[in-house]
Design a binder for this molecule. Structure first.
Ligand SMILES: Nc1ncnc2c1ncn2[C@@H]1O[C@H](COP(=O)(O)OP(=O)(O)OP(=O)(O)O)[C@@H](O)[C@H]1O
Ligand SMILES: [Mg+2]
Length: 528
């Protein structure tokens, strides 16, 4: 006696359900795909407890005819395939006729649908694959499908469900993808009363990208458009500066179906080539249109893997189109970029006027530039230039001790005058390096002790008197023993360095402490 027999329908449905309904996200996917196939323009998804408690999908599509309601829940019942030839040119998302019976086999399902505007529809309820209710019901056109207590009769499967957040993550991920794939459909996703997504359904894919990834991401997207003899490519890819740590933001859509395709993704990444850092990935939504005969979707029960009949051509086309989209703009700023585009305030370095001793003081010939004048410009000409190029400095008197800062400091940050300041011959004012004229003067002129003043010379200013040591009454001051690089300036340094300067001066340029760098030298006339 033979041992082989055909399984009864209920058991067969439960086995098939194991493949089709893997987790709550699978139920959402199948119900939403049915709504898309029905031509809905608005699809509302309501979830409770990560889909384990309740999943409801409402659409305004064509609806199910009242007499088809029960048939729709039978295995291999579909309106999408008519002949075996249709299997090789599938244009709809569903084609197997397995989703509804598989869901009904492992959950409690209520379906209310109306196929016209009469307001009259039909309601049926299924529980564990068994029909529990069948009645007329008032309904507007479309279908309202509610799935409760998923896996209530398969505890082994229920046990392996992850946390609510994990399941919700799978659901929302799918809804985001299908919303990106169909910007013309208004999607809304609600979980435990909270809205997670709402798209307008205007057909603007960039708006959906903004709803899913945020406005910042949407602003950093480049349009992707290309045509080929066999393919059409539309969508958006991110600029190279916007990257993610994983490929999760790569969405590939083929004939309206969200798929996972390593081939298409690798072609896109090849187009970015070196524009992407290592282990960083772009954000992309690529919708590829092709004749249904060029793609086989009957590969995996989840219908998310496909096979392309001309994969090499498709890869080359995707890479070329993406490269063209990226190549249209410059991604690395060049040396001339940004020139003339400064819009912020422009600050000008004012030149300070320091106190300048009169010519002839301290043994200097009248023709030589005085110690302490700017080494680069020299003499009174430098002072004139400084005064001409710094009108603000002229109005603000320099500090009496010649130190930087003080009253003239605020004048440095004034805005650049509209016209070129005088003394530049119409050229734009050159940006000057902030130099330290007092220190530099030490390079050009060794420190000299003041000799006898020339007749008629005016007494040194107080600052000079403080700094220059008086000659020893019996022996002349020895020459300085320091190197020119460390030679101190004749004029006082900045206030902050003054103490250090004093130490160095007293250490290097001899006069003993007693001779007192700090002592005020007597006025020249009283010394004699
Ligand atoms: N929301 C809906 N609106 C209109 N018709 C629907 C809807 N959901 C299901 N149907 C009808 O019920 C049939 C059975 O649906 P089911 O999902 O089980 O199979 P399918 O979509 O044809 O194939 P697949 O198993 O690949 O999804 C569909 O062919 C369709 O005619
Ligand atoms: Mg289906």
């Amino acid at each position: 006696m033979g041992k082989i027999h055909v399984l009864d329908e209920h058991l067969a449905n439960q086995i098939a359900a194991g493949e089709v309904v893997e987790r709550p996200a699978s139920v959402v996917k199948e119900l939403v795909e049915n709504a898309v196939d029905a031509g809905a323009t608005s699809i509302d998804i309501t979830i409770e407890e990560g889909g384990l408690s309740m999943i409801r999908v409402q659409d305004n599509g064509s609806g199910i005819e009242p007499e088809d309601m029960e048939t729709a829940f039978q295995r291999h019942a579909t309106s999408k395939l008519l002949s075996d030839r249709d299997l090789f040119r599938i244009a709809s998302l569903g084609f197997r006729g397995e989703a509804l019976p598989s869901i009904a086999a492992v959950a409690r399902v209520e379906c209310v649908s109306a196929s016209g505007d009469s307001g009259l529809g039909r309601r049926i309820c299924m529980e564990g694959g068994q029909l529990t209710a069948d009645e007329h019901a008032g309904a507007s056109q479309g279908t309202d499908m509610t799935v409760r207590d998923l896996f209530f009769n398969t505890p082994a499967r229920l046990k392996y469900m992850k946390s609510i957040q994990t399941e919700l993550g799978h659901i929302s991920d799918y809804i985001y993808r299908i919303a990106l794939a169909h910007p013309g459909i208004a999607f809304s996703l609600t979980h435990n009363g909270g809205s997670l997504l709402r798209t307008s359904g205007t057909g603007d894919r960039l708006q959906v990208i903004a709803a899913v990834y945020g406005t910042g991401t949407a602003k950093a997207m480049l349009p992707l458009r290309g045509e080929h003899a066999d393919y059409e490519l539309n969508g958006y890819i991110s600029k190279p500066e916007l990257t993610r740590a994983s490929r999760s933001a790569l969405t590939t859509v083929v004939n309206g179906r969200y798929i996972r395709s390593f081939a298409v993704q690798s072609s896109l990444l090849a187009a970015y080539h070196t524009l992407l850092p290592i282990n960083r990935y772009p954000v992309a939504v690529m919708e590829i249109g092709m004749h249904p005969g060029l793609v086989d979707v009957n590969v995996h029960p989840s219908k998310m893997e496909v096979r392309f009949s001309k994969e090499a051509e498709l890869k080359a086309f995707v890479e070329e189109t993406a490269r063209a989209a990226l190549g249209g703009r410059r991604h690395i700023p060049g040396p001339e970029s940004g020139r003339g585009e400064r819009s912020g305030p422009v600050y000008r370095q004012e030149q300070l006027r320091f106190h300048q001793p009169e010519p002839g003081f301290a043994g200097q010939p009248a023709s030589e530039p005085p110690v302490g004048a700017g080494a680069a410009s020299g003499g009174s000409a430098a002072a004139e230039t400084a005064a001409a190029s710094a009108p603000a400095a002229g109005s603000a008197p320099p500090r009496a001790d010649g130190a930087r800062g003080g009253a003239s400091a605020p004048a440095r940050k004034g805005p650049r005058p509209a016209a070129s300041p005088p003394g530049h011959g119409g050229r734009p004012p050159r940006r000057r390096r902030r130099c330290r004229p007092m220190r530099r003067s030490g390079f050009t002129r060794p420190l000299q002790a003041p000799s006898a003043p020339l007749p008629g010379a005016s007494p040194p200013p107080p600052a000079m008197r403080r700094r220059l040591p008086a000659p020893h009454p019996r022996r002349p001051a020895p020459p300085p023993r320091h190197t020119p690089a460390r030679r101190p300036s004749a004029l006082p340094p900045a206030p902050l360095a003054r103490a250090r300067y004093r130490r160095r001066t007293s250490r290097v340029s001899l006069p003993p402490r007693r001779a007192a760098t700090r002592q005020q030298p007597k006025p020249p006339d009283s010394r004699s």
